[in-house]
Design a protein around this ligand. Structure first.
Ligand SMILES: [Zn+2]
Length: 395
């Protein structure tokens, strides 16, 4: 990974009109807002945060003209290792055909046929596209290979761009294989080959994909191999995914489009993050989950893109955040928290998603006076600059 070297000097970012820190110590709110703020960056890390009037001296200074600064977005759910185009499927869906999980097989065929170079270039293009929109950490899943070699290849490629790699061999049962044989493969030779390249293990627990027993078996095998569990849960109906997430102590249950009050209580009690993926309901014209219910039940909420060629081909966290406010009924403050600190919690990361001393210096400068503009001005490219040491931008 060609990360930038730490700078040998400190930089003062000053005249920040509104700073979102996600450190409640500043104003008592979860966002930890600081007005007329400054930040000192030392190499790859935050060295100091506070009011501009109190800022210490630094080697260089940069005046941000009263603009708002937020932590870089943490996109904790993305499927970037793929080939092919499914715009025709999208067009059909928007013309009245219902979405079904089987469309994944189209992408599997194209991904298997692609060269390593083609897949790597595709991931690079999307990571750059994400960074331009303020994303400084992205999780990348496998799941379009579905053979031992193709899944391991996808994870090796993903690992060139992020530490947050997820083995999703259990995305769908490939054609020509029985579910029983495929679960044996995913929990056996495929897991053995993929585990060294992955931090996480994931299962698409849904009718038409993997049922409760299969999901439990796969996630437990992953844990035994040293991986951390997360799960695609309750996207297309009231299924067992959230229950399994709590049972195996997953970091996050993702989608949660259909969640009962018992599901919410379980997520809260188990400390499992609910990752909402607003772009999916948008792009499949499906009913949105009510994010308000999750927040009111005390569940920790994250927002992620689910960037993938089938059900949601957006890489834009600002877009997802705006939809979460408009259609999932999060407040703008809850949505920005969910897209930064929430994503960090969904990845069990302490060093990202907030602007505090010793955190990674991932900052986004908005061409706006307040974070509220991200939802107030949907579709407008408000990300003026991205300051981050940990994101690969060119290859
Ligand atoms: Zn997904």
């Amino acid at each position: 990974m060609a990360e930038r070297r730490p700078a040998s000097s400190t930089t003062l970012l000053t005249n920040i009109g509104e700073l979102v820190t996600n450190d409640p110590g500043h104003d008592g709110s979860p966002l930890g807002l600081v007005k007329d703020a400054a930040v000192v960056v030392d190499g790859q890390k935050i060295a100091w945060v506070g009011r501009a009037a109190d800022a210490p001296a630094a080697d260089t200074a940069r005046d941000l003209g009263g603009r708002a600064v937020i932590p870089g977005f943490v996109d904790s759910h993305a499927h970037l290792v793929f080939a092919g185009d499914r715009s025709a499927e999208f067009e059909a869906r928007m013309s009245g055909s219902p979405y079904a999980a089987g469309g994944i097989r189209t992408t599997v065929a194209a991904t298997r046929a692609a060269t390593d170079e083609q897949l790597t270039a595709q991931v690079s293009r999307h990571v750059v596209e994400m960074r331009r929109q303020g994303t400084t950490t992205v999780e990348i899943k496998s799941g379009y290979g579905l053979t031992t070699l193709d899944e391991a290849r996808a994870l090796a490629i993903a690992g060139q761009f992020t530490d947050e790699t997820t083995f999703l061999g259990a995305h769908v049962v490939p054609d020509g294989t029985s579910p029983e044989d495929y679960v044996d493969l995913v929990t056996g030779p495929m897991l053995e080959r993929c585990a060294p390249h992955a931090r996480w293990i994931d299962v698409f627990c849904e009718a038409g994909a993997f049922d409760a027993d299969q999901a439990r078996t796969i996630l437990t095998a992953g844990k035994d191999a040293g991986l951390l569990p997360r799960i695609h849960a309750n996207q297309l109906g009231h299924g067992p995914g959230i229950t399994i997430a709590c049972e195996v102590e997953a970091a996050s249950a993702d989608h949660c489009t259909y969640a009962t009050d018992d599901d919410l209580a379980n997520l809260h009690d188990a400390g499992v993050v609910a990752t909402l993926l607003p772009g999916v309901e948008f792009s499949t014209r499906s009913p949105y989950p009510d994010g308000r219910r999750f927040v009111d039940a005390g569940v920790t909420v994250a927002i992620a893109s689910d960037c993938n060629p089938g059900s949601c081909y957006t890489s834009s966290m600002p877009f997802c955040l705006a939809v979460a406010v408009r259609d999932m009924h999060l407040t703008p403050a809850e949505a920005i928290w969910a897209a930064t600190a929430g994503g960090a919690q969904a990845l069990r990361r302490e060093d990202i998603g907030r602007l505090v001393p010793d955190a990674r210096a991932d900052l986004v400068v908005l061409d706006a006076p307040s974070y509220v503009h991200l939802a107030y001005r949907p579709g407008v490219p408000l990300v003026l600059d991205v300051i981050s040491p940990g994101v690969v931008t060119t290859r």
